[in-house]
Design a protein around this ligand. Structure first.
Ligand SMILES: [Zn+2]
Length: 228
């Protein structure tokens, strides 16, 4: 399988600059094509709907779903990758006042971490952070193309505690907080976004991100249209 990956790399290096560059790798289950863009680390098999992450020169199977749009709009839909992690955490302060305040903070069960490359996310608003805070529950929808995942599962995991801390800190000063967090199940979701040209608006909460802030959007759009 590492040979397969290397040949993918070769294709990638030899790809023409400018056009959408899509790799043709093969699904370990069905042999069908896996597609991904130049910087991607996860490749979805359209047939099996299984995402594979390249880790240590081999394909590692992940669990993933395309999320169902909750809003409707007469716009093309693109799906962008977002990791989710089931968390079980405990917070503790020595200060009883903070401890009491913390009991009012809504409990987060799933932490969302943006899997695609978004520039200035802290300025525009990071969808993963906002989905976590708003306690979004996604439901699986119909299969769809999904590319643009540049963050590995392990890289995404590193954002779980910072996301939780940021949410707690909105209600209670986190100074002196002891947070212990166990991370369970991990899923990769394709989150639907309406393509409005200059902006992308997610079909779950209706939040907007500027199209220019999404890396490789031209190639993501091309892949969304053709599935290749
Ligand atoms: Zn397959």
């Amino acid at each position: 399988m590492s040979g397969c990956w290397r040949s993918g790399r070769d294709l990638r290096d030899g790809a023409e600059v400018g056009g959408p560059t899509v790799l043709a790798l093969h699904c370990p289950r069905c042999g069908g094509p896996l597609s991904g863009l130049q910087q991607d680390v996860v490749f979805l098999c359209g047939g099996c709907q299984v995402p594979y992450e390249v880790a240590g020169g081999t394909f590692v199977e992940r669990r993933g779903f395309i999320a169902r749009a909750l809003a409707q709009a007469d716009r093309p839909i693109l799906h962008l990758p977002v990791w989710t992690f089931r968390v079980n955490y405990a917070s503790h302060w020595e200060d009883p006042e903070r401890e009491a305040l913390a009991r009012q903070v809504p409990r987060v069960e799933w932490v969302y971490v943006t899997g695609f490359e978004l520039h200035n996310a802290s300025y525009f608003g990071d969808p993963g952070q906002i989905f976590t805070q708003r306690i979004v529950r996604l439901e699986a929808g119909a299969p769809a193309p999904l590319v643009g995942c540049t963050r590995t599962l392990e890289e995404a995991k590193a954002y779980v505690e910072p996301h939780l801390l940021m949410i707690i800190d909105r209600r209670v000063d986190v100074t002196g907080l002891e947070l212990s967090c166990a991370i369970g199940e991990a899923l990769l979701w394709g989150v639907p976004f309406f393509d409005e040209g200059d902006t992308l608006r997610d079909a779950i909460l209706g939040l907007k991100i500027p199209a220019a802030a999404v890396d490789e959007l031209g190639a993501i759009r091309a892949h969304g249209r053709t599935g290749r």
